[in-house]
Ligand binder design. Sequence first.
Ligand SMILES: O=C(O)/C=C(\CC(=O)C(=O)O)C(=O)O
Length: 307
Amino acid sequence: MLTNHEPPVTKTPGWLDFYPAPSRPRFVLPPGAVDAHCHVFGPAAQFPYAPERKYTPCDASKEQLFALRDHLGFAKNVIVQATCHGSDNRALADALQAAGEQARGVATVRRDISDAELQALHAAGVRGTRFNFVKRLADFTPREVLSEIAHRIAPLGWHVVVYFEAQDLPELYDFFTSLPTTVVVDHMGRPDVSQPVDGPGFALFLKMMREHPHIWSKVSCPERLSLSGPPALHGETHAYRDVIPFARTLVEQFPDRVLWGTDWPHPNLKDHMPDDGLLVDYIPHIAPSAELQQKLLVDNPLRLYWS
Ligand SMILES: O=C(O)/C=C(\CC(=O)C(=O)O)C(=O)O
């Protein structure tokens, strides 16, 4: 029953909900594997979406996330604040508290956050803050404000997660490389996978990784980047083949600075919703040896989030 204080929450038109009954992956994850990029959304009745949001998702609760974690065979999650919750980290903190040592978080903080609030987020399990430069998702924040935030969180041992699109890297390059913390790039900086992996676009990203050892990359989100598929649906265990060379290059060249995550519940996909079990079957195509899988899925996330 709705009251005056609870306006109905209407999803963005065309919203795709997460895959209802994912298959069990054929690829057996190494013990201790971490899903290092996933979200919780709401539930809106308990944790309302931010007024300034650019989309309204389906609810995706902590209980549903933890059930997926167990079903796929992950031991832990890194839960990343999404823009639909703005800088209100209550849903994130609630999920982290419920998960205990099985989750860490990446929050969104504003420059006016108090030291006590930062400490509370740290106690809940937050280990990073996210700067989102994707224009359809977030309003512009001046670089000096972001820089100030980075200097505030650095003494806590936190890092900065950045999300941007490949065409904006030239303009953002100097800002990222001068940040005082480890910098983790979401989804490989969203390369244009219709271009060759050894072309000029991805070359700039590789140069940034090569020349700046404080920069890491998530080799996640083939379902968002792929142009030719095939999608992770209908039993397909060799999905998103056009993205594989990009992710595999990063895993092989920078094995100690890559992370992988499901991106569940996959906000803003327009074309299809992947079967998360088949998405896990993508991993051995980008990390072909047991040694690379161990670093990508266990050693790297544990070092960054649990040490
Ligand atoms: O879930 C992701 O990583 C990607 C997103 C959503 C997002 O980043 C956000 O809302 O903060 C996207 O490309 O729409």
